[in-house]
Design a protein around this ligand. Structure first.
Ligand code: 2RA
Length: 335
């Protein structure tokens, strides 16, 4: 399969190449795409060198699928060009997520919504993905009424500039700033810009995307998203109120048997999910599972996952794997 990776030189694009190779996705030809300033650069994929090309050249090479992680404006402008050529686009930006004509997919939750007609498919926000993977089995069993989530998000979610800022600050070196404040030894209770209701765009993504992916607008979600100086992944404290009561042992069993979930919950031996342990893994790790004793039918838990992998690259590639397995990816494309 001819695969284009648009944004191939960024943090997520680079992770997409790593995961495509690790999962042995059937890539017969790789087409790395980036902005004009990166055209001609060489990248390595499975031991072979590839030259970065422009969007126009990429379309001419007729890829079957294009994995996008190049920002919302690039996706809005360029994803339709690929789709119009019959190329299936899986886009990691927020550009198409809430478009009612586009599917927003986490394979473990709602892959069955996908059809051959879907030519632009939205990859959800990283902090939403890891949460809904854990919510899915519990919603099916106990029906979720309300979710209160607070996140502790890695600087890798912002990009290379933020990672550099963290380590420059740690070394006492001045340098370009991704954040308006010092991030080392600090937390910043803001991810993305504020909207009119006092929530940030990141918080609104978790609130709105969760409903769309779970296919249930009745689920109430409120969120506080926070940036913290860590690398390995995003962590989330999640409080879930159900319509029905639950049994804690059954909750643990449901999660343990859920696709993509690993339960790490043995506090007697200080075993619980942490970003350093989740780094470069594809699973969603759930722990600190306990009843909220302040109100009935309510659970607390702690969810950790690598935001560059399951939160972005791996989820997008799992969508491509699903489409390929169901023969839903455009075969030969006409340009
Ligand atoms: C973040 N979820 O963590 C956002 C975008 N990756 O910054």
């Amino acid at each position: 399969m001819k695969v284009a990776v648009v944004g191939a030189t960024g943090l997520v694009g680079t992770k997409m190449l790593q995961v495509l190779a690790e999962r042995n996705f059937p890539v017969t030809e790789l087409i790395p795409v980036a902005s004009e300033k990166s055209v001609g650069k060489e990248i390595t994929f499975k031991g072979k060198q590839y030259k970065v090309v422009s969007v126009e050249d990429a379309i001419k090479q007729k890829p079957n699928v294009a994995l996008f992680s190049a920002g919302g404006s690039t996706s809005l402008a360029q994803a339709p060009l690929f789709a119009d050529a019959g190329i299936t686009v899986i886009d990691n930006s927020s550009a198409w997520r809430m478009d009612p004509t586009k599917k927003l997919v986490v394979p473990e939750v709602n892959a069955d919504v996908l059809t051959a007609e879907d030519k632009i498919i939205a990859n959800p926000n990283c902090s939403t993905i890891q949460m809904v993977v854990a919510l899915k089995p519990l919603h099916e069993k106990y029906k979720i009424k309300r979710v209160v989530v607070s996140t502790y998000q890695s600087v890798t979610g912002t990009g290379v500039k933020a990672v550099d800022q963290l380590f420059n600050e740690r070394k006492g070196i001045d340098g370009p700033k991704a954040y308006p404040y010092t991030i080392d030894l600090n937390v910043i209770p803001q991810i993305d810009v504020f909207t009119e209701n006092g929530y940030t765009k990141e918080e609104m993504k978790m609130i709105l995307e969760t409903k769309k992916i779970m296919g249930d607008d009745s689920i109430k979600v409120t969120a506080t998203t926070v940036r913290i100086p860590v690398m390995g992944g995003h962590s989330e404290s999640v409080n879930i109120e159900f319509e029905n009561d639950f049994d804690l042992a059954e909750v643990r069993e449901l999660l343990s048997n859920a696709p993509g979930v690993v339960v790490t919950d043995d506090v007697a031996n200080l075993k619980y999910p942490m970003p350093l342990d989740a780094h470069d893994k594809d699973e969603v790790f759930v722990g600190r599972i306990r009843r909220d004793e302040t109100q009935p039918n309510t659970l607390n838990c702690w969810i950790v996952s690598d935001n560059l992998r399951k939160g972005a690259a791996t989820n997008a590639i799992q969508i491509a794997e699903y489409l390929a397995a169901k023969n839903l990816i455009g075969q030969e494309v006409e340009v």
